[in-house]
Unconditional design. Structure first.
Length: 407
């Protein structure tokens, strides 16, 4: 059954006042698995229906297939592959994956582990003598930024420049023309263009100069699918630079917050370091870094949960709600690192399953293991902490903790 009784619920979820704990409202939203909104879009909030859509070839990730493209949707002549459909999506993803992971670069993530551990250890070393730490600014942000800069070949010292652009881009994702100033959208559009120009400048320097970084490899290597155009390389680098650190910052921060709220699990991780592998999987279900996929478009009329969704309709997928669906997960509001059959939606599913998921997992596993091992009696300064504005990429903007004198 479809109803228009839930738009107010969605507005409450998207409202910043709900950022600290949207889960009770997700439970209300799941009572209507497919909810028609006043603007003609559809919100899908239950696990089975979300999974079906993510695996349905009749659904498009390309915003150009929306009947009424959203104001916050990225408009460009060469979208990143996350905003494309097969076969173009598959071609570009294959070309990028040649240099990022299996089968052509199977040892990329494992080969980085010593450097990841060294970076984490250095950041934690800097905590010495500090009674109060901001897990975000002092750790969860600089760690994945350092990693993705190294992978891509982006100078780490340029971080202050692209951080401003990334912030403006993220802030514009959930732009609502009815409630937000147009400046929010304009700043996002300008930031996208400036980031593209910046990455394009770095790419020009890589042509004819083979190197180990991803920009150099994409610029100089011809694989079975040929070589990406410069525009395709810039779009891919843009995606990886943003997604390669933004989601991991949230995952690490949400992870530390969750452990501090569950001190018995924190102590168990300290005693049993191998617990970190299933723990991070449960974290991806319980407090995922991405809560919402803002759009999918129907190629044709489709039926979801007995609801007919017309061709070209915008479909919003509430991933974090699906992760707490009691019809799929037993006792879903309980954080349980021993949970079995944990097929969460923390990295999405289907052909757009998160490209950098294996790296984000390992970064988070190392980060949480070392934080728990080395922090001395950590405790939250404020709970809930202040959250970022975005309902899509949800996580604390700061996470202040205090520790004892155990160094």
């Amino acid at each position: 059954m479809t109803t228009t009784e839930t738009p107010d619920m969605l507005r409450r979820i998207l409202d910043y006042s709900s950022r600290a704990d949207p889960y009770p409202m997700y439970a209300e939203l799941r009572k209507t698995p497919v909810a028609l909104q006043e603007d003609g879009s559809y919100v899908v909030s239950t696990y089975r229906e979300i999974t079906d859509i993510l695996h349905d070839p009749h659904l498009s990730s390309d915003t150009r297939n929306l009947s009424h493209p959203t104001a916050g949707a990225e408009e460009q002549t060469t979208p990143a592959f996350i905003n494309l459909d097969p076969p173009e999506h598959d071609r570009l993803r294959r070309m990028a994956m040649r240099h990022f992971g299996p089968p052509h670069s199977p040892g990329l993530v494992t080969g980085m582990e010593p450097a990841l551990t060294t970076t984490v250890s250095g950041l934690i070393d800097d905590f010495a003598g500090k009674e109060q730490i901001d897990v975000v600014d002092d750790f969860a942000y600089p760690f994945p930024v350092t990693v993705i800069c190294h992978l891509l070949g982006v100078p780490r010292e340029d971080e202050p420049r692209f951080r401003l652009w990334v912030d403006d881009i993220i802030n514009s994702i959930d732009y609502n023309p009815k409630t937000d100033p147009k400046e929010k959208l304009d700043k996002g559009v300008q930031a996208r263009e400036e980031l593209r120009q910046y990455l394009g400048g770095l790419l020009e320097q890589r042509h004819g100069r083979p190197g180990d970084d991803l920009l150099s490899r994409l610029a100089n290597d011809d694989g079975p699918d040929g070589r990406m155009t410069d525009e395709e390389i810039v779009s891919t680098a843009n995606l990886l630079l943003i997604a390669g650190h933004e989601t991991t910052v949230n995952l690490i921060t949400n992870g530390m917050l969750t452990l501090l709220r569950h001190p018995q699990v924190l102590q168990r991780l300290r005693d049993e370091p191998d617990l970190v592998v299933p723990l991070v999987e449960e974290l991806l279900r319980y407090e995922p870094p991405v809560h919402i996929i803002p759009w999918r478009a129907a190629y044709s009329d489709i039926t979801v949960a007995d609801t007919v969704i017309p061709k070209g309709s915008q479909i919003m997928l509430m991933l974090a709600s699906g992760n707490r669906d009691p019809d799929r997960f037993h006792d879903p509001d309980r954080f349980d690192p021993d949970r079995r059959d944990n097929q969460h939606l923390g990295f999405g599913s289907g052909v757009h399953l998160c490209f950098g998921g294996p790296l984000a997992r390992r970064e988070t596993q190392i980060a949480l293991t070392e934080l728990v091992r080395r922090l001395d009696r950590p405790r939250l300064v404020a709970d809930p902490p202040p959250y970022r504005r975005s309902p899509v990429l949800r996580g604390p903007i700061h996470l202040h903790i205090e520790q004892g004198d155990g160094y």
